[in-house]
Design a protein around this ligand. Structure first.
Ligand SMILES: Nc1ncnc2c1ncn2[C@@H]1O[C@H](COP(=O)(O)OP(=O)(O)OP(=O)(O)O)[C@@H](O)[C@H]1O
Ligand code: SF4
Ligand SMILES: [Mg+2]
Length: 417
C-alpha cells in the first residue's frame, strides 16, 4: 500500500535535468512516508516495489540514467526502512544457503560449479542473483530443489535451510512435498522443462491437484485463469495443446503460470523473461511482482539483465566462477560497486548518454574469460582478468569482507581501503 503517489505526466521528451533534479529531491527529502511515482509516458518498466515507471522515449538520450536514478531513489528509500538481512545480521530468513558447494565429475576432472556459497532470502524479499554465463546461478537454484543430477553432480558440502529443515539432507518424499508447492521454479529452459507428451492443461493443473487439494473442475478453472493472467491468447483452447504447438515465448509463459499458480512461499525465477518480446517482458515482470505481493512470497530472481536488477530487486548477490563475490542492496551496489568484477559488469551495461560531447560511446567489456571450473586456483578467481590485481591476490583467496553496513565484497582491496 502506498501512502502517497507522485504523478508526473509527461507526454513529450522530458527535460533530463528536471527529472534528475526530481530524483535527487526524492532521495534527499522523502524518508518518512511510503511513496510512489507514476511517470506517464510510453515504455513501461518497473520499480523495485512493483510501481510502474513509464518513460517517454526508452531509446532517447538520458532516459536510462533517469530511470536508474529514480530506481535508486526507491531502493535507497527501502534500504533505510528495512532491517539488515545480510550474513551475520540475519532477521529470521526464510531460506538460508550456508557454505554450499556443488561439484560435477567431468572427463577433465571434478568441476566445482558452486563454491562455498552463502546467502539468505528474507520473507517477502526479492533477491537478484547475477553473474556471467556459467558462474553457477542455475546450479545454485537447482540445488535448492534437490534437482542436481547425481551423477555427474554432487552437493559436496553445505546446508540449505528452509522452515527449519535442511533441504540437502531431506528425504526425497518430503522434498517432493515442498517442490512445486512451497518452493516453485521458473526454469531457464522452457523448451526442455515442459513435458512434451503431456498437454499444457494437464501440466498446469498437476501441481494444483497434487498440492492444493482442488477438484478437477476447480483446477481447470484455476489453470485457465493463470494462462489468461500470463497473456496466453485463447487460454482455454490451449489446455489441450502440447508444448510443441506453442511458441518459445508462450512456453515460457506457461512455465510462469505453473510456478505461480501454486502461490509458493519462494519463487525461484531463472531468467524468466529471456524468451519474451520486450513489449511483454515488463507486463510479465509486473505480474510476478503482483503475485509476490498477493501471496507474500519471496523471490530469487536470476538474470543477466542489470536493468531488470535495478528495477525489480531490493538486494543483489553477484557470482563469479561459482563464488559469491559481492552482495549489497541494489542502490548501494549500483552507486558504490566494490568488487572489480561488479564494476566491470556495470560498465558493460549499454549506455546512451555521453559524459562529454566529444566522447564516443563504446560498450566496455571485461577482458578475458571465466577460468575453467576444473582449475585449482589458490588465490582470487578473478585475478587473471582484474585490472587491480597485486601479488597477494594470486596467493590467497580473499574472504567476503564488509565494505560498510550490509555491503560485502570478496576482494583484498576492501580490507586495504
Ligand atoms: N549436468 C552438468 N554436468 C556437468 N557440468 C554442469 C552440469 N550442469 C551445469 N554444469 C556446469 O556448472 C557450471 C555452472 O552452470 P550454471 O548452469 O549454473 O551456470 P549459469 O550461471 O546459470 O549460466 P547461464 O547464465 O548461462 O545460465 C557450468 O560450467 C556448467 O557447465
Ligand atoms: S582480490 Fe585482487 S584480483 Fe581479486 S578482485 Fe580484488 S584486486 Fe582483483
Ligand atoms: Mg543458468
Amino acid at each position: 500500500m502506498l501512502d502517497s503517489l507522485i504523478i508526473l505526466a509527461l507526454n513529450s521528451q522530458p527535460n533530463p535535468k528536471f527529472l534528475t533534479l526530481f530524483a535527487g529531491f526524492i532521495k534527499v527529502n522523502v524518508s518518512v512516508v511510503r511513496f510512489g511515482f507514476l511517470i506517464l509516458m510510453q515504455r513501461p518498466t518497473l520499480a523495485p516495489d512493483g510501481i510502474l515507471f513509464q518513460s517517454s522515449n526508452g531509446a532517447g538520450p538520458g532516459n536510462s540514467k533517469i530511470q536508474l536514478e529514480l530506481t535508486l531513489a526507491f531502493s535507497n528509500f527501502h534500504s533505510r526502512k528495512k532491517a539488515p538481512i545480510l550474513p551475520g545480521i540475519s532477521m529470521d530468513p526464510l531460506l538460508q544457503i550456508q557454505d554450499l558447494s556443488v561439484r560435477f565429475n567431468t572427463p577433465e576432472g571434478p568441476a566445482r560449479a558452486v563454491d562455498r556459497v552463502s546467502f539468505d532470502l528474507a520473507p517477502g524479499e526479492t533477491l537478484g542473483l547475477v553473474g556471467e554465463s556459467g558462474c553457477g546461478k542455475s546450479v545454485t537454484a537447482l540445488s535448492i530443489l534437490g534437482l542436481i543430477p547425481d551423477p555427474p553432480g554432487k552437493i559436496e558440502q553445505g546446508k540449505i535451510l528452509f522452515s527449519g529443515k535442511d533441504l540437502v539432507t531431506l528425504a526425497q518424499d518430503q522434498l517432493r512435498r515442498i517442490r512445486g508447492n512451497e518452493i516453485s521454479m521458473i526454469f531457464q529452459e522452457p523448451m526442455t522443462s515442459l513435458n512434451p507428451v503431456l498437454t499444457i492443461g494437464r501440466q498446469v493443473m498437476e501441481p494444483l491437484l497434487a498440492h492444493k487439494g482442488l477438484s478437477r473442475s476447480e483446477a481447470e478453472e484455476e489453470a485457465v485463469q493463470w494462462l489468461e493472467r500470463v497473456k496466453i491468447p485463447g487460454a482455454r483452447s490451449h489446455l489441450s495443446s502440447y508444448p510443441h504447438q506453442l511458441s518459445g515465448g508462450m512456453r515460457q509463459r506457461v512455465m510462469i503460470a505453473m510456478a505461480m499458480a501454486v502461490r509458493p512461499r519462494i519463487l525461484l525465477a531463472d531468467e524468466p523473461t529471456t524468451a519474451l518480446d520486450v513489449t511483454i517482458q515488463a507486463q510479465i515482470l509486473s505480474l510476478m511482482l503482483e503475485l509476490k505481493k498477493e501471496s507474500h512470497s519471496s523471490m530469487l530472481l536470476i538474470t543477466h539483465d542489470m536493468g531488470v536488477v535495478a528495477q525489480m530487486v531490493s538486494r543483489v548477490v553477484v557470482m563469479y566462477a561459482g563464488e559469491v563475490v559481492e552482495q549489497a542492496r541494489t542502490g548501494d551496489l549500483f552507486q558504490n560497486p566494490s568488487h572489480p568484477y561488479t564494476k566491470g559488469l556495470l560498465k558493460s551495461m549499454p549506455r546512451l548518454k555521453r559524459q562529454k560531447k566529444s566522447e564516443k560511446i563504446r560498450l566496455e567489456e571485461i577482458p578475458g574469460t571465466v577460468p575453467r571450473l576444473t582449475e585449482q586456483i589458490a588465490g582470487c578467481k578473478f585475478f587473471a582478468r582484474c585490472p587491480c590485481a597485486f601479488d597477494r591476490c594470486l596467493q590467497k583467496r580473499p574472504a567476503l569482507r564488509n565494505v560498510r553496513g550490509d555491503h560485502f565484497a570478496r576482494c583484498w582491496l576492501v580490507e586495504a581501503s
